[in-house]
Design a protein around this ligand. Structure first.
Ligand code: SGN
Ligand code: CA
Length: 537
């Protein structure tokens, strides 16, 4: 009896131990699975040309920290946006949908934060989420536990920020302040037992390129060689000819090129606006600024440059300040990468570096963006995730900013809604994608507007590009990117390309169908744009 009872009791005890162990292990499994979900740091700068990242090999500057991302992960040689302008690009990045679908087609009309975005989806699925820096979308950001963003374009010196809806001014330099806020969130504000998503977005190197004091002298004795098509005459390209993007013709000597002489002799259209920016600096900052720029101003005035000489001087002045602002961006990237390393977060954190679009660094004689030509259509993309991406990976497939949202959802194991138009690049970067797209679609809407870039849309394949400029102009352009990478020869009416032209027209129709775009939609956007403009006037 006693023996039997003991056996019976032992059986029951064993049974309970097994059940407990089972529960324990299955809980551990769930926990481990959850804790293995990758963190995401999505770094975006504003107007950062791929030509100005040393990993892309143009030899203009050194960005060792941004390059680290490519070295330890992947570099994308054919990364593109869908609409080369700031706020629309950010709306595409958040929603994974083209501008004509998410509604933010230009910098002017409001963004609807009420719609789905990938940060909301990650937040709902247990991620800690934060947005720091420039977002350029009005209203309180949705999808973030913490947000601390610049109002609109923001300021380089003594920037205002809106922290969870409350405005305050930070003394100091915007790029550094943005990095400090991002690091503070990583170190002190997030809950450390949850996976996190951090959108760390710099204002630099956006116009009007005011450098940080420690970089005033960088590139001081360097004379940059302009691109071969710097003195472009736009033969066969009527829309491009109507631009207001010229370094020579449209850059303001004071506002853009910092010739704020104390004597007030250099009178320009935007002098007053730059004076206000200068006035934001502290007395020490102003003294350091003057000590550097005053001799340059004196030298410039003494030379009385004209014509080509003036154009080249402007180009050099532009390059120096533009590249200097990038150096502070690169410092911040280094600090964030170091934080990951020192805190054992490297292995399980996806880091992406990109820009909201590309930028002209003298190609066609230009600055700014907006056109579907390569320098602004393309954008830098570098990405690392040691767990899955081999160091030194090079991606030559057509990838777009449309793909960020579904990619992050994919890595986080969150469902990708079928309304999302981008594709996850997870398999592509691993080298496991069995097939990939062979064409991408582009549309730009902000005309009439600053820089005078006509409304246009188009399609690009690996080799060719077809563009349609419309509204107050009717122009088609076709480029053979293999033979003419600088897009100087529009071959649309060239008999030799008639077959290619036909194929590309078919591709364009297919793209517009695939993404739900049409002339009717364009007309609607135009109406709303003109109404909004009228109301603003
Ligand atoms: C500002 C700039 C433009 C620039 C737009 C859009 N002018 O208006 O040169 O094209 O932003 O840039 S400025 O005189 O105000 O600097 S975007 O990156 O925000 O789209
Ligand atoms: Ca931009």
């Amino acid at each position: 009896m006693t023996e039997r009872y003991t056996i019976y009791r032992q059986g029951i005890i064993t049974f309970f131990i097994l059940i407990t162990l089972n529960i324990f292990y299955s809980c551990k499994e769930v926990k481990e699975e959850k804790s293995q979900r990758p963190n995401v740091i999505f770094i975006m700068s504003d107007d950062h040309a791929f030509q100005a990242i040393s990993a892309y090999g143009y030899g203009l500057n050194n960005t060792p920290n941004i390059d680290r991302i490519a070295k330890e992960g992947a570099i994308f040689n054919k990364g593109f946006v869908t609409n080369s302008i700031c706020a629309p690009s950010r709306a595409v990045m958040l929603t994974g949908k083209h501008s004509h679908i998410n509604g933010k087609v230009d910098n002017i009309r409001p963004f609807n934060w009420g719609q789905d975005n990938f940060a909301k989806a990650l937040q709902n699925d247990g991620y800690q989420t934060a947005l720091v820096g420039k977002i350029h979308l009005d209203g309180l950001p949705q999808g973030f536990d913490y947000s601390n963003v610049l109002p609109g374009q923001g300021q380089y010196y003594a920037p205002d920020f809106i922290e969870n809806g409350v405005k305050k001014t930070y003394p100091g330099y915007v790029t550094k302040v943005t990095t400090d806020i991002a690091l503070d969130w990583l170190k002190n504000k997030r809950e450390k037992d949850k996976p996190f998503l951090l959108l760390y977005h710099q204002k630099a190197p956006h116009r009007t390129w005011m450098p940080e004091e420690k970089y005033f002298k960088l590139f001081d004795d360097k004379t940059f060689t302009p691109p071969a098509n710097f003195f472009d005459e736009f033969e066969g390209r009527n829309a491009a000819e109507k631009h207001e993007m010229g370094i020579y013709e449209h850059m303001d000597l004071v506002y853009d090129l910092k010739m704020l002489d104390k004597e007030g002799e250099i009178k320009t259209r935007y002098r007053g606006i730059f004076q206000n920016k200068y006035n934001r600096m502290t007395d020490e900052q102003k003294a350091a600024w003057d000590a550097y720029y005053d001799p340059i101003i004196a030298d410039f005035k003494s030379k009385n440059l004209q014509g080509k000489e003036l154009a080249l001087w402007k180009y050099n002045r532009y390059m120096q300040d533009y590249l200097r602002t990038i150096q502070s961006v690169d410092d911040g990237v280094g600090q964030v990468l170091d934080y990951l390393k020192e805190n054992d977060l490297e292995e399980n954190t996806i880091v992406v570096y990109t820009s909201d679009q590309g930028f002209y660094l003298g190609e066609h004689g230009w600055f700014d963006k907006r056109f579907m030509y390569e320098e602004s259509f393309r954008t830098p993309i570098l990405m690392k995730f040691p767990k899955e991406i081999k160091a030194g990976t090079v991606i030559n497939d057509l990838v777009q900013n449309l793909d960020f949202a579904p990619t992050f959802l994919d890595y986080a194991g969150v469902e990708i809604d079928e309304s999302i138009q981008g594709e996850s690049i997870r398999k592509l970067v691993k080298g496991e994608a069995s097939e990939w797209r062979d064409a991408i679609y582009y549309a730009y809407y902000e005309f009439p507007g600053e820089h005078h870039v006509k409304r246009h849309y188009g399609v690009r394949t690996d080799r060719y590009k077809l563009i349609h400029f419309y509204y107050d102009i009717e122009e088609w352009e076709l480029y053979d990117l293999e033979k003419d990478p600088s897009e100087m020869h529009n071959v649309y009416n060239d008999a030799e390309y008639s077959k290619v032209k036909e194929e590309m027209h078919k591709q364009l129709v297919a793209m517009r169908e695939k993404y739900g775009d049409s002339d009717e939609l364009n007309k609607e956007h135009l109406e709303r744009f003109l109404n909004a403009k009228r109301l603003n006037e």
